[in-house]
Write a protein that binds this ligand. Sequence first.
Ligand code: NAD
Length: 343
Amino acid sequence: MDRVRLGIIGLGIMGNLYVKIFSAHPLAEVVAVCALEPSRVDEIRSLYGIRDGYVDYRKMLERADLDAIVVATPDRHHFEPARDALESGRHVLVEKPFTTSVKEADELIRISRRVGKMIQVSFNHRWLSSYHQAKETIQSGQIGVPLAGAARKNDTIYVATEYLSWAGETTSAWFLSSHDIDLMRWWLDSEPVEARAWGRKEVLAARGIPTYDVIQAQVKFASGAFATFESAWVYPNTFPSIVDSFMEVIGTAGHLHMDRKCESIEISTNERFSYPKGFLTAEIFGRVRGAFPSCLEDFLYALREGTTPRVTGIDGRQVTAALEAIHRSLETGNTEKVAALPE
Ligand SMILES: NC(=O)c1ccc[n+]([C@@H]2O[C@H](COP(=O)([O-])OP(=O)(O)OC[C@H]3O[C@@H](n4cnc5c(N)ncnc54)[C@H](O)[C@@H]3O)[C@@H](O)[C@H]2O)c1
């Protein structure tokens, strides 16, 4: 495979970035793009010089010249495009969360095995250098045996009210904690087995967005370690960063703290004080750099070299299973079992 020929489904905030990054990459060629809004399809095509555009992804999948499909649709709409892309014999790169049900995740994994095509889930935080260092530190035993962890990923209310048009169709846990559950499971090298969660619906519900303001979940892992996952998206917009992110792991012989509230730069102007983000994506000398483009590049390498992707469908499925148990617990008020991987 000389260059990976890609079709991209979903051209919103993330889809635009996929097109931008892949169309500038020497190992990739964005052949076609697809979104529900024809004006957006035209805009992206002319912005990046993409040959063909579609409003129905099924039509795009009829083309013969596609090797892989990116699914960057809203949280609850990953399954159908991913299933149809796999069934059409294409590799798939899916945004997080992989799916919003275990049943869907298991079906995608079954199809990918049957058709012999790979799935990578875009848990791009695994490419952040501090999180990668955390993995190596834990793996080499430097903090002893991990006992417990904690994660906080809290957005300003801008995200739930303006940035996303579909916040009411998802939750802060699906949108935010999915990253942290993936990281914790990776670091602890253990599977989630049960979850208990609490949530509040006050601020956003009053604004007509029927979703939780904040969710806290405790997840137990097979190793005996446990972790708290907090996600909220009602911080006032005066907060200096779009996301307040903190993670910790406590081991028998040490600990790790990773604070991404401020990514090393603070700026004050007469208008505002801010901690701009730059570690995931930053435009540097005319190209998008950072953890997110590295995640995309590794998908290309996995395809070219025929290796297992760095974050597989199984990884995505296990995060979905933990989140499904968390959401069941929010409804029942009980501790809920995480659905184990099928034999
Ligand atoms: N990895 C990260 O850091 C990160 C950050 C933000 C969002 N995301 C994830 O990326 C995904 C997309 O989020 P977004 O913010 O770009 O959403 P968005 O609302 O900006 O864009 C969604 C796009 O999907 C298209 N779409 C929806 N259904 C479709 C269908 N059936 N066929 C074709 N196109 C369809 C819409 O037309 C739109 O172009 C979500 O799952 C979100 O959680 C990930």
